[in-house]
Design a protein. Sequence first.
Length: 297
Amino acid sequence: MVMRAAAWHADRVQAGKGQAQPWWPEPPAVDAVEVRLRHEDNRRAWNEAAQRYRAGLDDAVEYLRAGGVHLHPLELEHLGDLGDWCELAVHLQCASGKDTLSLLNAGAGRVVGVDIAEGHIANARQASERLGAAASWYRCDLLDTPHELDGTADLVYTGRGALGWVHDLQGWAAVVGRLLRPGGLFHVLDDHAGAYLFDPAASELRPSGADYFANVTGSRGWTEQYVGDLGREKAEHAVKHERLWPPSAVFSALVGVGLVVEQFGEHPDEYWPAFPHLDPQLRRRLPMTYTITARKP
Ligand SMILES: C[S@@+](CC[C@H](N)C(=O)[O-])C[C@H]1O[C@@H](n2cnc3c(N)ncnc32)[C@H](O)[C@@H]1O
């Protein structure tokens, strides 16, 4: 099942089909209270979405049992054989655990998944029990990732629709920094904010009007393209909040907690069909994703 974080972006695509979900611009969160309120809204929204991940759980288990590795080619290139160096991988924003459990198939000795949505963690637990996988799961806001994990991770892994849900980037980077053991590696592949400057519903490169530096949107409801029919009106779906973080902001936040960036890339490669109507030749002119690999000294 392909389900992506960029609901704001997807809503614009659906707008082209007359199926837009309600959305509105918001100012960036001003303090910790507002950050937590937005994360709580997002928890409720992701619990709705998790219902649909549940529908794909049997397929995910079979895929993983057969040795499947649901990671992006760029991630595989950057991380290499985890069996050579990764005893413990911590996946922040692990959703229902398919990517987390893929890290095991890619050679990690053990994995830990952290996600805010109860539904996702329940799915992940069920999948790992069925597989007998060396995995443990924490249901919490990533900002509250338990301190018992501090200094334990050979790899902190995240991305593919993750950071856009986080409204405190410095707080997020602090968690990455404390989880890593000295010498441990952080990796992210996520949506490049530059792509959001263009209208995803268009068949040509047309400006979207997004603010590259501080785009925050609230929205209500998931598109059926992502979660299918939740069985109730969109007006009854949960509110959620998304934030565009330019790659430089993520880079600086990681440097700010003392990590040393070893690799920083901007890529035309995508991990979901974000511009379904655009000629692929045109689409490949855009920075669709970025990657950062950083090490804790
Ligand atoms: C699109 S998923 C990304 C995971 C994975 N790449 C995937 O495609 O399934 C985004 C995940 O972030 C989680 N999430 C959002 N805000 C969070 C927070 N503050 N703390 C922990 N998890 C959060 C959501 O519950 C959701 O599972």
